[in-house]
Design a protein around this ligand. Structure first.
Ligand code: M6R
Length: 610
């Protein structure tokens, strides 16, 4: 969602802010703006609706705006439509304060009414303008004191960047429930929504925690709590290469990230296999603990939730423990049954999804132990979990997740296998067979990706369909949910995933001649049942693409219009392979339809508002 960049130093801030914003474009936005201060010119604010390029052209790449400190922002509209006036920075009526904000100020109407009663006039429809005006109202010469007073009055979620024309040697930041990092340089300091915006300038970062306020000058970073008591922050060194966040010759980040999956899988798994055994760092789940568990509660949103759906089948099968999967946005309000014997498995690529974070806190409050699977190191979910397993997928930039999904799933397998071993719920032979098969997956992924032209050919044949159904049973159903989400989010084709056995209970009425059905038939134990469902939709005129393992292809091929064969693998492991052609299919369909693949309409990479 909204992206924030701030810079205070000796260089011209304009180009740095625009460059930082360009690195945050992937988060999703509909307008952009910057505020830069110059001693002779004062506070200069430029904003434009639309792509960042519009603003960049207006400012000649930032060169037209002079000054060595400033704030930049990409806005994903919540309060007020996308427009120049609603873009950030929002400025107080007296022209003293410029504010950028990610999040939602829940009590903004009440504060707005109060300020209007004091004679303040508002120009935008945003909740953010309230913060700028309230700062001006409370400011009596002490910037931090004004910030602290404002933070005590506002409710909701926020990452804030604040510039005060009366104190033009510093920028101030504050956060609650929305991410903000501080980039520490030599003679300059920065703030940003995430590391990608600062990594060209510095690799040393601190993570701001909820309730903290930071004051940045060119040579100092001070952090305080909301009562202005100093807080010590540690500095972390970011070690991934800047090229990891670039396209590397691919037309889209999504294409690059799809192709990176075998490597991401190996990077995630290899360090956790030592002398043929699974070693999950920091995880000391012994037999007594695992036996005592009343259930595993998997909590996540979107694709991470789909990993959880697959995880339920895998964990229940291997551990014989009850596993519940909840959408984080539902979990937090459903009065969930959680005890101190519950393991909450929280899954999130970004580690910042606000619903997932809130659900994590609720699970913790109810006594659960929280283990998270997270991609972004140092993210809030990672920091607030009791234990964390990182997916080493590298930065994921495309809004549609691919390599995060496969690496999350890889960790679910490792967790399930490791716990099954501890619990003795698998025979040593079954365990060895599964582990061997699991370690062969990246080679098989490579084989699938090598034949991507065939998927592109299928996409060119079917891209004009207005509605596409995915059917599957058990693990295939879980993959179907992900395949359907992938397709709709980037190609805008209406799509649904159904448990194939449910078709007869209503959905089959939607099948008519020419409807495209993608039948996921990888899960061998239910293959025949799925074939029956294929026959049912075929006899009602559907076009069917079948997806199954090589061994089953001969059975399915005569019943369908096209077939996507997968390398053979243990049925429990097949989802890691089956999802790849589905990602490719979504990608090529979207490409044929001329969609903005990396930045699909209305979507944001990291959903930091409820
Ligand atoms: O960062 P998270 O994994 O918590 O994000 C959850 C969802 O927002 C995310 O998976 C979303 O559904 C993706 N755009 C799907 O491609």
């Amino acid at each position: 969602m909204c992206g924030i960049v701030g810079y205070v130093g000796r260089e011209e801030a304009g180009p740095i802010l625009l460059d930082g914003l360009s690195r945050l474009e992937y988060r999703g936005y509909d307008s952009a703006g910057v505020a830069v201060y110059h001693p002779q010119v004062g506070l200069q604010v430029d904003k434009a609706k639309g792509r960042l390029q519009v603003l960049s052209d207006l400012l000649d790449g930032g060169k037209k705006i002079k000054g060595t400190l400033g704030l930049g922002h990409t806005r994903w509209a919540t309060h007020g439509r996308p427009s120049d006036v609603n873009s950030h920075p929002q400025v107080s009526e007296d022209g003293l304060f410029a504010v950028v904000h990610n999040g939602i100020i829940e009590n903004y109407s009440e504060i707005k009414e109060f300020l209007e009663s004091k004679g303040v006039s508002f120009v935008s429809e945003t909740d953010t303008e309230v913060v700028a005006q309230l700062l001006a109202y409370h400011y009596k010469g002490d910037l931090l004191e004004a910030v602290s007073k404002v933070l005590h009055r506002i409710r909701g979620a926020y990452a804030l960047g604040i510039l005060c024309a009366d104190q033009p040697d510093r920028i101030v930041a504050a956060r609650k429930d929305s991410p903000l990092i501080l980039g520490r340089g030599d003679g300059f300091n920065m703030l940003a929504s995430d590391v990608t915006a600062v990594i060209r300038y510095t690799r040393d970062v601190s993570y701001l925690d909820d309730g903290e306020i930071a004051q940045l000058t060119p040579n100092s970073v001070e952090v305080f709590d909301r009562y202005l008591r100093p807080v010590e922050k540690s500095v972390h060194h970011v070690d991934w290469e800047i090229s990891a966040a670039e396209k590397g010759g691919y037309e889209h980040f999504m294409a690059k990230e799809i192709m990176e999956q075998p490597k991401a899988f190996r990077d995630t798994v290899s360090p956790r296999i030592q002398d043929g055994e699974i070693v999950l760092e920091g995880l000391n789940f012994d037999r007594a603990y695992l036996t005592s568990l009343d259930k595993v509660y998997i909590i996540a949103c979107g694709s991470s939730y789909h990993v959880g759906m697959a995880g339920k089948y895998i964990l229940e099968k291997l551990l014989r423990k009850p596993v519940e999967v909840a959408l984080a946005s539902e979990f937090r309000y459903c009065d969930p049954i959680v005890t101190d014997k519950t393991l909450a498995l929280v899954i999130s690529q970004s580690g910042e999804t606000i619903d997932t974070l809130a659900a994590l806190r609720e699970a913790k409050r109810l006594g659960a132990t929280v283990l998270s699977i997270v991609n972004v190191v140092g993210s809030t979910i990672a920091r607030e979990s009791d234990k964390v397993l990182y997916t080493w997928a590298g930065p994921e930039i495309a809004v549609a997740t691919t390599k995060a999904y496969t690496t999350q799933l890889a960790l679910v397998y490792l967790l399930a296998l490791s716990c099954a071993k501890t619990l003795d719920s698998l025979s040593p032979e079954e365990y060895q067979e599964l582990l061997r098969g699991f370690l062969r997956l990246p080679d098989k992924m490579e084989a699938i990706l090598k034949h991507r032209d065939y998927i592109q050919y299928l996409a060119s044949h079917y891209f004009n369909h207005s509605s596409i159904f995915f059917i599957g049973r058990n693990l295939d159903y879980a993959v179907g949910m992900e395949a359907s989400l992938k397709l709709k989010e980037i190609s805008y084709i209406h799509s649904e995933a159904y448990a194939a056995g449910e078709l007869k209970h209503g959905t089959i009425s939607l099948i008519e001649p020419g409807t495209l059905v993608i039948a996921l038939a990888g899960y061998a134990p239910l293959f025949e049942k799925l074939v029956s469902n294929v026959v049912e939709v075929k006899s009602r005129g559907a076009d069917v693409i079948g997806v199954t393992s090589a061994a089953q292809t001969g059975w399915l091929a005569p019943k369908v219009d096209a077939i996507i064969p997968l390398p053979d693998a243990h049925p429990l492991l097949l989802p890691s392979l089956e999802v790849l052609p589905m990602q490719l299919f979504a990608y090529y369909v979207a490409l044929q339809r001329g969609c903005d693949i990396d930045k699909p309409r209305n979507l944001a990479k990291s959903v930091t508002v409820e």
